[in-house]
Design a binder for this molecule. Structure first.
Ligand code: SF4
Ligand code: SF4
Length: 506
């Protein structure tokens, strides 16, 4: 034991059934964390529990199902005030003097309001719709809408939008995840899936790899405070440009991609030196007011000849409704709001677990504020952070969203096992890593197919739920709070969400 450091027992324990184990060493070869090793003297596989992050790779690939990873039974002396996690983290910080990092959103038990909302269904007087036999529109357009019907010189109603739009066949997009934080193969999977599904993926703040320009019509290119990889061709390549002001897992702070993840390809794409830490500052140093934001919005519009909608992405924070109102007046076309349960890359755990507000409440507050001010159609609203299923998508749209972003759900579809160690660059599933041997474990041919399967299944379920409500388009569902009822929520929560309690009539 290093002097002055308190030994912490491993969080996970490898349990191997030696009667089943055939010493094939698959687990040893598959584990980038060097958990397994073969001792020829005793003809036995050994395990170093300290290194295990419980990514389940060895469990999945062991040909004889000889492995289990379980939570280490050794516990600190817990009580109601000091639980295992709090004690462990305190020791770790006293050992290292470092900030606690974690990936994949907060694990804390904050309410998930989606799980306290129920969806309506038609009975008798308002017939339901069968999506297999009757038309059902899941297409949605994101961007500023025409304020009133206009006619052309011949008196015909103009049916085209005046402002540029993103057209989505399904109101589900893949969240911003940068090349660097995730692998080339993960990006390729997302890009190909977005193209096949008629939706968009998002470059995150890492620029756009030259190979992926061909997916431009289904790409949202991001401009973050570090401005990594931002240049004229990049801005022109995407279907829309997203200015990242904040992100749900780390509101108020910048981003950090460790130098070990900045290899030759990532360095070229980001336009930074190889091996250097990519640190994006907390603020954009040219934005300190809505007027400053407006300047950037219009600079980007100018740079792209007013052909691309501009998205402004913020975290769900206390005064989110007022901020959204300012963004809607800044000339932005779309507001993206990110909740604290989202976040795929590494974030300081204290920020992630203690800053922000639940996305459901933020969405309801923003939608209500924009409607009150008569500017709801000036912008579309997209939310992300904690969308787990198609029913969450339906509830989000009924609560006021035009579309949703999915991040963690898309990585799970690619094989992520939520081990929360993305920042280590040793993702055994080939997703959050730049190590060539690990990257090739994710085959984009099946990665993209799994994403297509997931979103296609959700699309079908969304159509079934809308049909059940007697609603045949996303447009008719958007902001339709009457289609939702709350269960297990108090008066204040119902008021903030703008929904009635289950059992209350219209
Ligand atoms: S993969 Fe399974 S069978 Fe092969 S060495 Fe590891 S535990 Fe034994
Ligand atoms: S992406 Fe990889 S490293 Fe990150 S949580 Fe998932 S399995 Fe773990």
């Amino acid at each position: 034991m290093e002097q002055g450091k308190i030994y912490l027992s491993p969080e996970h324990e490898v349990v191997r059934d030696n009667d089943k184990c055939i010493r094939c060493q698959v687990c040893e070869r598959q584990c980038a964390n060097k958990v397994h090793s073969y001792d020829a003297d005793i003809d036995k596989m050994l395990a170093c529990d300290e290194n295990c992050v419980n990514c389940q790779r060895c469990v999945s690939l062991c040909p004889t199902h000889a492995l289990k990873i379980r939570r280490c039974e050794n516990r600190f002396r817990e009580n109601n005030n000091w639980n295992e996690t709090k004690i462990r983290e305190l020791y770790l910080q006293a050992n290292s003097g470092g900030v606690m990092l974690g990936a994949m959103g907060t694990p804390l038990d904050y309410p998930t309001y989606w799980d306290h909302m129920l969806i309506n269904a038609s009975q008798v007087t308002n017939p339901s719709i069968d999506p297999l036999r009757e038309p059902m529109e899941t297409r949605t357009f994101l961007g500023k809408k025409n304020q009133k019907p206009e006619r052309d010189a011949n008196g015909k109603i103009i049916t085209k939008f005046k402002s540029p739009q993103i057209e989505l066949d399904v109101p589900v997009m893949f969240s911003a995840m940068s090349y660097g934080s995730i692998s080339y193969n993960a990006h390729e999977s997302l890009a190909r899936a977005a193209t096949e599904l008629g939706t968009c993926y998002n470059t995150g703040e890492g620029g756009l790899h030259e190979d992926f320009y061909k997916y431009g019509p289904n790409t949202i290119v991001q401009v973050a405070s570090g401005r990594f990889g931002v240049h004229g061709d990049y801005l022109m390549a995407g279907a829309a440009i997203e200015i990242k002001m904040g992100q749900g897992a780390k509101p108020g702070i910048g981003g950090h991609l460790p130098g070990r993840k900045v290899g030759p390809d990532v360095s070229r794409t980001r336009m930074i030196p190889e091996g250097s830490d990519a640190i994006s500052p907390a603020p954009h140093h040219d934005i300190y007011s809505i007027e400053d934001l407006r300047q950037l919005v219009y600079s980007l519009k100018e740079a792209t000849a007013y052909t691309k909608p501009v998205i402004v992405k913020i975290s769900a924070v206390h005064n989110v409704a007022a901020i959204a109102s300012g963004i809607a007046r800044s000339g932005a076309d779309i507001i993206a709001i990110d909740g604290f349960k989202g976040g795929t890359g590494a974030a300081p755990s204290r920020i992630r677990d203690n800053v922000g507000i639940p996305i459901e409440v933020a969405l309801a507050a923003v939608d209500a504020r924009l409607r009150e001010e008569g500017i709801r159609d000036n912008v579309s609203v997209v939310i992300g952070g904690s969308i787990h299923s198609s029913s969450d998508v339906v509830k989000a749209i009924a609560l006021g969203a035009d579309a949703v972003y999915i991040g963690t759900a898309s990585l799970l579809a690619l094989g992520c096992h939520l081990c929360r160690s993305c920042h280590l660059n040793k993702c055994n599933w080939g997703i959050a890593t730049q190590e060539p041997d690990l990257v090739k474990r994710l085959n984009p041919d099946w990665g993209y197919k799994r994403l297509v399967n997931l979103v296609s299944a959700w699309k079908h379920e969304i159509m079934e739920m809308m049909g059940g409500m007697g609603i045949n388009s996303i447009e008719a569902l958007r902001g339709n709070h009457l289609m939702l009822r709350g269960v297990g929520l108090n008066e204040k929560e119902l008021e903030l969400l703008g929904i009635k309690h289950a059992g209350e009539n219209i």
